[in-house]
Design a protein around this ligand. Sequence first.
Ligand code: ARG
Length: 230
Amino acid sequence: ILLSAMTFSRTITVGTSADFPPFEYIENGQFVGFDMDLMREIAKIAGFDLKFVDMSFDSLIPALRAGQVDVVAAAMTITDERKQVVDFSIPYWTADQSVIVKSESPLTITVLFSKGKIGVQTGTTGDLWCTDNLVSTGMLPEKNLKRYDTFVLALSDLLNGNIDAIVLDSPVANRFAATKPVRVVGIITTGEQYGVAVRKGEKELLEKINNAIKVLNESGKMSELIDKYF
Ligand code: ARG
């Protein structure tokens, strides 16, 4: 029997770094979070099946470019640098960076940014901000910036006292502050926007994703997802 390709729904492989609640994390062996549900809703509208793959954040763009994944949904900020190598959907979120410390830590931002041990996730906008504004300016010694593959590792080092602070996206910092013995000591207003990334030139896929995001915004489904996770 010859079936036209149209009768098969395409399976889209979504790469994420599932260490970033409430956007993406693993619970009872399942991918959960705002971005995961957002992708599921997009897939329903666009008519494709989904498969999620977990990896370190800095592997996501290389994996996308190499064709190992078709989409990246990882609270990824749309930056000019990334736009050179991947295409982004319309923005679906706006965030800043926050600095978190252990709840009982007396350290101030001034102390932290000049002699603290600061943790970041490799390749994130938090990493870039610290590199450009603290290390490159000579304010913080290079060895004081510690890069981690995942926030799970960074957080356990913070709780163990191996580092003094973590710089990360504000919504996730707020989530950690509500669920772990950590608190927010400072906010860096970056106003960055998240987008879903696809390989450069994947016009059809990108259009489907953008159209679905618009449908979700208009139908109230997006607000429903926000209420579920925030
Ligand atoms: N928004 C930041 C960036 O794009 C951090 C994203 C980290 N995402 C994650 N799933 N760990 O660089």
